[in-house]
Design a protein around this ligand. Structure first.
Ligand code: HEM
Length: 215
């Protein structure tokens, strides 16, 4: 039988392709959108990571979710520096969540509160993605909008305390494979991971509607 890390990756593969090739992501990475669209996207991420990371504290000693709570992953401080750069010193009062973002962050917060396995699904979907494809996004953003390499504007994508992402991801997959959960719970976690991808796609759809290409 496949390991759980293989199962969750395979099960979400199709949705990964959908997220990656969504109109908004393609336009953003294709350099067809302005920095305002990138800022709006970064703003949405803040709400998601706020839910992930404020929920993390209460889960640190949970047998299922606890091993995944790793401070070197936390993105909120980096996001906040990026937002100060993108939106100015009063960024915090300017943040607004799109309705789709509210739904996504709400689901993450509910899992953090009530269902550690579901929290793991959301944790995997975001952090393993950021450690992987996030590096592609960073490179494109630096080139398209002229941010300093690994500097303000793209710090979200820079994991300063993870010098060897490939090794870290291997270890992370080991944690998934060692998850103390039965088959049924694992199936529910896979389903939640698919839901997490769908929630991301909804945010992209809303951003695509806000930043249509005029050309
Ligand atoms: C244009 C945007 C994206 C690009 C270019 C991209 C690219 C990649 C690449 C190249 C990998 C392979 C990593 C490896 O084999 O080690 C990966 C993995 C991953 N991505 Fe993305 N991705 C994008 C968007 C997303 C989004 C929106 C999500 C979900 C929110 C996501 C979640 C993941 C996850 C969870 C993995 C880890 C799969 C695993 O090894 O278990 N990605 N991505």
């Amino acid at each position: 039988m496949d390991s759980f890390s293989t199962l969750i990756r395979t099960a979400s593969h199709q949705q990964h392709v959908e997220a990656e090739t969504s109109t908004f992501m393609s336009d953003l990475l294709g350099g067809r959108l302005g920095v305002d669209a990138y800022a709006r996207y970064t703003e949405q991420l803040w709400f998601v990571y706020e839910a992930l990371e404020s929920g993390a504290r209460g889960l640190a000693s949970d047998p299922v979710a606890g091993p995944f709570v790793r401070p070197e992953l936390f993105r909120l401080p980096a996001l906040e520096r990026d937002l100060a750069h993108l939106l100015g010193p009063h960024w915090r009062s300017r943040l607004t969540a799109l309705p789709a973002t509210r739904v996504y962050a709400g689901r993450v917060a509910a899992c953090a509160r009530d269902w550690p396995g579901g929290y793991v699904a959301h944790h995997y979907t975001r952090y393993l993605g950021d450690l992987s494809g996030g590096q592609v996004i960073r490179g494109r953003a630096e080139r398209t909008w002229g941010f300093a390499r690994k500097g303000d504007g793209v710090r979200f994508y820079v994991f300063e305390d993870i010098p060897h992402p490939a090794a870290f991801k291997r270890e992370y997959r080991g944690l998934l494979d060692a998850l103390p959960a039965g088959d049924l719970e694992k199936q529910r976690i896979v389903a939640e991971c698919k839901r997490a991808f769908a929630l991301n796609t909804e945010v992209f759809r809303a951003l695509g509607a806000e930043f249509p290409l005029s050309a």
